[in-house]
Design a protein around this ligand. Sequence first.
Ligand SMILES: [Zn+2]
Ligand SMILES: [Zn+2]
Length: 295
Amino acid sequence: MYDAGVTEQSERPARPARSESRESIALRAIRGSHPELAEAVDMHLELVELHRRVQGRVPLPWLEISEEVMRRHAAEARPVLRFEDIPLDLTDLRLLVRQTADILRRHGAIEDADFQKVESLGRDMTLLAVAGDWYRSAADAHAVASQATQSPGIDDAVSQVLGLAMRPFLSRCAEVLQPREELALWPHPYCGLCGGEPDLAVITPTAERHLICGRCSLRWKYEPLTCPYCRNADRARITSFATTDGQYRVYACDVCRKYLKAYDGRRATRPVMPLVDTVAMLPLDAAAMQRGYSG
Ligand SMILES: [Zn+2]
Ligand SMILES: [Zn+2]
């Protein structure tokens, strides 16, 4: 009887964790339909939960946004958020850097030597300065009157970890600009808030294409068939293909050979979620690279 009791216990359906996020639920669904993506799903489940824990306590920054400010920044190709405006908490940033490095290491996404480097950066007094260099390397990259000397070369692994560790702070900043109608005055193919490159797009129900920043997740409208990396607008030199379910699409540029992935919101049952859709689109990355394009 004891055994039967134990069996009954273990067969009870697992109750979902308390207040599981939409992202976690969507990630688990991906694992169900694509078991081959299990490793990437598990890694992102941890990242999503880490971000959620910290993001809830990041205050919204105060940003001066007006038509005049937006027009000036657009003309100077200078994103509106300065590093000094980011509501950074050094204790939380240290925690994010070290835990992100640990998650990447446990899932085999970072080499041991790189892990040691990033882990010690998480304890180092220079963390804030390195984060500032990382931030400005993209924010100042396009500026017309940039006095910035060539961006100090930032180590790839450090960049990768900072890109994830800075997300909770940068997404809070994006929340301030996202609902503002002045955002429509930003005409460039890189982020008007932080200068990051788009690493994803979403096609809206009215067939507009909105680019999504790879650093802060800001979304802004951009021409539907122009390559955001080299601005090639010749439709004949853009190769576009979709997944069989029509949920995701790739726009590959035959001029610069880079590609952009898009979530097709016209066929969607849920809103786009950058960290989740990045995982769901891994097979598309493979397909694009197989055709000779690079991400
Ligand atoms: Zn951004
Ligand atoms: Zn291009």
